[in-house]
Design a protein around this ligand. Structure first.
Ligand code: ADE
Length: 420
């Protein structure tokens, strides 16, 4: 048994293993990659530190990397998203050092990042760019051994692209989020389902007939809007980008500024990647009892300090609900302390979408090995063939056949001479 790890309770390991096995039934693409990795060992001897949400799906990715020959350490990418039983199983059954405890405080979170850095990684994997940022700021001595890093989220990539623009990045970064088989599915269907799941688990409040406001209309927020509508809610979208706002309008949603939407909202959920999307001006006009949640990566989308300041009393009627009472007697219900609600109150994206996201992660680490020394210190997407391979495997696993071009069709598409 490994000695260095920090999990809540190692005795939860057997329960964790059952949950991992259950998730893996829905992860056929990653299983096929794991089987190939076992044969080919493309990551032999490679030290990987993964700073991800420690869930059963992440466990499946970690097992895949180990099957490929990697020496893996895992730490939490968010203080509230760890599944403690899964963390225990990774340690006890897979001998993977894990540093993650659900509900860990800020100091513990950072000490866990340090443990991941002490592994002296050659590849870092991030969900939000915290580990890369820590390497660059605190442990520049690690840079010379690094092949590169991979990033899972939109938010992380915003940070990494800002770093690249300032020339701060010292190794190549693979933008896993940019793969079509990641953001078109995980961000939309994953965030859509799991956010609604988190809200329902936290509140058990009916969505049908309610007014449900979504902050943003990127892939995550449009997934939430679509699924809220599916529950019979009246959905309003608030967006800063004119093209996305237009899309939302033509998809049939009402579109208006947040402060207008806040006046009529029963629920408001933000998933924009930006800060203060729901702020003091909105709290000032919200209906009594409004339920607010964040599904963006960081807990900055709701201005919680402003809410604290405006309230005279705070209660906790249910595990993931903080009820703030304002001076005028209105109550505002904040879910999951403003942390991403799909992981704070539910179990994150379903395994079937994480299958594709983590297939991209596994293939991104192989890509970094294959392209060692050849990639500039910038943010790179994975080649389109990786998307096609993952989509093909997923379709096969789902028993779906697709059409193939006839030679005449292929010729037609390649020619410019045929027209009217
Ligand atoms: N991000 C969102 N959902 C997730 C999950 N189930 N596992 C790991 N990372 C996630």
């Amino acid at each position: 048994m490994i000695k260095s790890y920090d999990v809540k309770d190692i005795d939860l390991a057997d329960e964790g293993r059952r949950h991992i096995e259950w998730a893996e039934k829905e992860m056929p693409v990653l299983r096929l990659i794991r089987e190939r990795f076992q044969q080919e060992r493309p990551l032999e001897g490679l030290r990987i530190s993964a700073c991800l949400h420690v869930t059963s799906e992440t466990a499946s990715l970690a097992r895949t990397l180990v099957a490929g020959g990697a020496d893996v350490v895992v730490c939490a990418s968010n203080p509230l998203s760890t599944q403690d039983d899964v963390a225990a199983s990774l340690v006890a059954h897979e001998e993977i050092p894990v540093f993650a405890i659900k509900g860990e405080d800020n100091d513990t979170f950072h000490s866990h990042l340090e443990s991941a850095m002490d592994h002296n990684p050659q590849i870092t994997m991030d969900d939000g760019a915290d580990l890369v940022t820590a390497v660059l700021k605190q442990r520049p001595d690690l840079i010379e051994n690094m092949l590169g890093s991979t990033e899972e989220t939109t938010t992380g990539l915003i940070r990494l692209r800002a770093m690249a623009a300032e020339g701060v990045i010292k190794f190549p970064v693979i933008a896993v989020n940019d793969s079509d088989t990641k953001h078109l599915f995980d961000n939309r269907y994953g965030t859509g389902q799991s956010t609604i799941d988190g809200i329902i688990r936290a509140t058990n409040v009916l969505l049908a007939g309610k007014t449900f406001v979504v902050g943003g209309y990127g892939y995550c927020s449009r997934g939430i809007a679509e699924r809220a509508r599916g529950h019979g809610a009246n959905v309003i979208v608030s967006e800063i980008d004119p093209v996305r706002a237009l899309e939302a309008a033509m998809d049939g949603y009402r579109v208006m500024p947040m402060v207008e939407a806040a006046k009529v909202a029963d629920f408001i959920v933000s998933a924009t990647g930006n800060r203060d999307v729901i702020d003091a001006d909105d709290f000032a006009v919200m209906k009594d009892g409004c339920i607010i949640a964040n599904s963006g990566h960081f807990d900055v989308e709701i201005d919680i300090p402003a809410l604290e300041e405006m309230s005279v009393e705070k209660r906790q009627p249910r595990a993931s609900v903080d009820q703030y009472f304002l001076e005028d007697g209105r109550e505002i219900n904040l879910l999951g302390q403003g942390r991403l609600i799909n992981l704070a109150a539910a179990e994150g994206h379903p395994s079937a979408v994480m299958d594709m996201s983590f297939a991209n992660q596994a293939l991104a680490s192989e890509f970094l090995v294959q392209n060692k020394g050849k990639l500039a210190n910038e943010v790179h997407g994975l080649p389109k063939e990786v998307d096609r391979e993952i989509a093909t495997l997923k379709l096969e696993a789902m028993g779906i056949e697709i059409e193939h071009l006839t030679p005449e069709q292929a010729r037609y598409l390649a020619s410019w001479e045929e027209g009217t």
